[in-house]
Design a protein around this ligand. Structure first.
Ligand SMILES: Cc1cc2nc3c(=O)[nH]c(=O)nc-3n(C[C@H](O)[C@H](O)[C@H](O)COP(=O)(O)O)c2cc1C
Length: 396
């Protein structure tokens, strides 16, 4: 077993929450807080996880389940697991392997990886690293021609779906990032970086790997015609200048032609807009509590969206998934599958590729055990009868 695999093996990392302090120990505060934090008072961030406690399970006991079938289908793709790896921007800051390591681990486990526009690795390299499906998550930063160019590159190398994130009209204020000087460290002058440098110097192991990896790089998948890859100058301003609207979905659909997933839906109204825009799948998501604080936790928004979609598209969800039981609850409430963000990013930050693999393994083992204890043979057999539903989940 390699050193990094040992670092995240049991009993050090028995559950996903055990990976969090391991990530904190390896990363400078500014990078850990970027990964861990949420917008403003972090109310939605906390609620995303807590809301799962409102839904309790109804097991069928004295049922032998010799084999559990964890497979599901998303957009016609066979996945060995009912969870995908969510787009996590700046993954390369967490570990040099970044998006390539995460895509590789997802493929090896038989599931899909979603690559963020804000990626440190070229989309061609990320696709080549995975034996499974890879989706491309699109932001319009850099403008329409930069987006069209990356869509074309994603099409050529065989990405399976385009995920359009719609909840970033501007970047949410993640107060920890402001206090830690995230913006200054990423894009500021040497002088503006100075007050924030001690936290980076306090993690020499991370700093050495970061510098050996080439330090801060421009975004290789946002290539502005005539200028080249977009530098990492103030991503917040770049997002604000490139808000995606329903009207944009028309040219995006023409440019892509494959399946489109709309990520960031929390209401029946937006679900209907997404269907009108031709979405094959919708992700009920509040961006992991990083955008508008005070919105519903994702699980709570799920029944409303499932009812509005009424089988016309696949419904996925993300936000707060830390255990296999969380995944099972979301599926019982109508999700086809879920996306995990921080769950694998903590692993990536703690131990690189081995950490992502460990996070996936923790969730897989959790899922199998939970299905057996529920007396349910497969993910596809889950339905609301396995839950005690709170009132908000009954109305839909
Ligand atoms: C550090 C970090 C970066 C993220 N970057 C992106 C991104 O670039 N694009 C996007 O659509 N979502 C992004 N997200 C949101 C995730 O895709 C996902 O919606 C969220 O992490 C789910 O919540 P969870 O972390 O509780 O699983 C990011 C989340 C985190 C934690």
């Amino acid at each position: 077993m390699s050193r990094s695999s040992r670092a995240v093996a049991s009993p050090r990392a028995v559950c996903i929450q055990d990976l969090r302090p391991l990530a904190r120990r390896r990363l400078p505060k500014v990078v850990f807080d970027y990964l861990d934090g949420g917008a403003e008072g972090e109310v939605t961030l906390r609620e995303n996880c807590r809301v799962f406690e409102d839904v309790t399970l109804r097991p069928r006991h004295a049922v032998a389940v010799p084999q559990c079938d964890l497979r599901t289908r998303v957009l016609g793709l066979d996945l060995a697991l009912p969870f995908l790896l969510a787009p996590v921007g700046y993954s390369r800051l967490m570990h040099p392997g970044g998006e390539v390591a995460a895509a590789h681990a997802a493929g090896a486990a038989g599931t899909a990886y979603i690559l963020s526009t804000i990626s440190g690795h070229r989309l061609e390299d990320v696709k080549a690293a995975s034996s499974g499906p890879v989706f491309y998550q699109l932001y319009l930063m850099g403008g329409r021609s930069a987006a069209e160019a990356s869509i074309e590159r994603a099409r050529i190398v065989g990405f399976s779906a385009l995920v359009v994130t719609i909840d970033t009209a501007v970047a949410g204020v993640r107060e920890r990032d402001v206090r830690n000087g995230m913006k200054e460290l990423i894009s500021g002058t040497v002088f503006s970086k100075l007050p924030f440098l001690p936290q980076v110097l306090a993690r020499p192991g991370w700093l050495a790997s970061f510098l050996l990896d080439g330090g801060i790089r421009p975004l290789p998948n946002v290539v502005i015609p005539g200028q080249g890859p977009m530098p990492l100058v103030d991503i917040g301003a770049a997002l604000a200048a490139s808000t995606v609207t329903w009207a944009d979905l028309r040219w995006i659909r023409d440019a892509w032609r494959g399946p489109i997933v709309i990520k960031g839906v929390l209401t029946a109204d937006d679900a209907r807009h997404a269907l009108d825009a031709g979405a094959e799948a919708i992700v009920v998501s509040n961006h992991g509590g990083r955008q508008l604080d005070g919105v519903s936790p994702s699980l709570r928004a799920l029944p409303e969206v499932v009812a509005a979609v009424n089988g016309r598209a696949e419904v996925l969800m993300d936000g707060g998934i830390r255990r296999g039981a969380d995944i099972i609850k979301a599926i019982c409430l109508g999700a086809r599958a879920v996306l995990c963000g921080r769950a694998y990013a903590y692993g990536l930050a703690a131990a690189g590729p081995a950490g992502v693999a460990r996070a996936i393994e923790i969730l897989r083992v959790d899922l199998e055990r939970t299905l057996r204890l529920l007396g349910c043979p497969s993910i596809s057999a889950l339905d609301p009868s396995y839950l005690n539903l709170p009132d908000w989940a009954k109305s839909g």
